[in-house]
Design a protein around this ligand. Structure first.
Ligand SMILES: Nc1nc2c(ncn2[C@@H]2O[C@H](COP(=O)(O)OP(=O)(O)O)[C@@H](O)[C@H]2O)c(=O)[nH]1
Ligand SMILES: [Mg+2]
Ligand SMILES: [Zn+2]
Length: 306
């Protein structure tokens, strides 16, 4: 008889999985190994995967199949992500709009919703407001926050808690923006006590940072994962978007591409481009188009070399 479980962590070919369903074992953690043929076929179970397993006499599980994935990322290796909680800082470190747009494009291309948390509002309130305006205009769900002064942001805390309910969520964002601080502040009852600190301390500790992804269960069907040890660049680089899909990864630009004069318009500099005229009309943010153009160049060169 097979049972279903969700993988929450994988280390060296051993997977910790939480049993699903309505049986009495539901919620129990079982250690599983994968079928040998998985490796031969190049299939690797990932955190977030829903698996079928057979219980062995020694109490461990034997993974017999992996249920179809809704999506998956290479780095951090993960599957079936419903929401990326994308933390950016108003300052310290200063936001890098290109990197932010690249991450948003990766999420969009993989069909993953994003909640952008603009953290460190206390450090630069005006920049925080501007960032929120820019990304709300671009169609993203945004919330201003300060992990350091979370008590003053009770409503925002509740908003983030509500947003993760019933979902598998990942925290992502550049190092030092406050991912771990936000998790500690928003979900204090789990006492995850994730390590936080400034960049210089982290570089010194860098060697010991874990690169494994682990899902923490918040409540029924709700999980969150911090992404320690993954740089934003790495996430973007390993989950690169094919050139032909780039416009689709910028929904705010794509909306205006249907009125382009040429069907093969690349929206970089063509005459009669609907995207460019939308920027001139102020309905699409110029910085989003700048990122699009940079990414377009990057992908063009990449494909030429491949
Ligand atoms: N002023 C201020 N500092 C913050 C805030 N959130 C985090 N920090 C500080 O920023 C540093 C990096 O935070 P951390 O959570 O480790 O960032 P992570 O690398 O994204 O996990 C730490 O020194 C935190 O105390 C905030 O809202 N305001
Ligand atoms: Mg952290
Ligand atoms: Zn165009």
């Amino acid at each position: 008889m097979t049972e279903k479980a969700r993988i929450i962590k994988g280390v060296g070919g051993l997977y910790a999985a939480e049993i699903m369903g309505c049986g009495k074992a539901c919620g129990e953690i079982i250690n599983c190994r994968a079928k040998g043929s998985f490796r031969r076929d190049g299939i690797k179970p990932l955190p977030g995967d829903i698996i079928e397993f057979e219980r062995q006499k020694d109490g461990t599980g034997f993974i017999t199949s992996i249920c179809e994935r809704k999506n998956s990322l290479i780095r951090p290796a993960s599957a079936n992500i419903d929401l990326i909680l994308f933390v950016v800082a108003a300052a310290r470190p200063d936001p890098d709009l290109f990197l932010i747009d690249k991450m948003l494009a990766v999420a969009s291309h993989n069909g993953i919703d994003v909640l952008m948390i603009v953290n460190k509002t206390d450090v630069d309130p005006q920049r925080a407001r501007e960032l929120c305006e820019l990304y709300s205009l671009s169609g993203y769900d945004t919330v201003q926050f300060s992990a350091e002064f979370a008590d003053d942001y009770a409503e925002k805390t509740q908003y983030i808690r509500d947003a993760v309910r019933g979902k598998v969520c990942f925290f992502a964002g550049a190092s030092g923006v406050g991912k771990s601080s936000t998790i500690n502040a928003v979900f204090p009852e789990f006492k995850l006590s994730l390590e936080t600190g400034d960049l210089s301390e982290k570089i010194q500790r860098g060697k010991h940072t874990t690169r494994k992804t682990e899902l923490f269960k918040l409540c029924e069907d709700s999980y969150i994962a911090d992404t320690p040890g993954f740089s934003m660049l790495e996430i973007a680089q390993y989950n690169m978007i094919p050139k032909d899909c780039l416009t689709g990864a910028f929904p705010d630009l794509e909306k205006h591409s249907f009125s382009c004069r040429y069907t093969d318009c690349t929206h970089v500099c063509e005459d009669g481009c609907g995207v460019i005229s939308a920027i001139e009309d102020g309905v699409v943010a110029r910085s989003r188009h700048d990122s699009y153009k940079l990414l377009f160049e990057e992908l063009k060169n990449k494909n030429e070399w491949d």
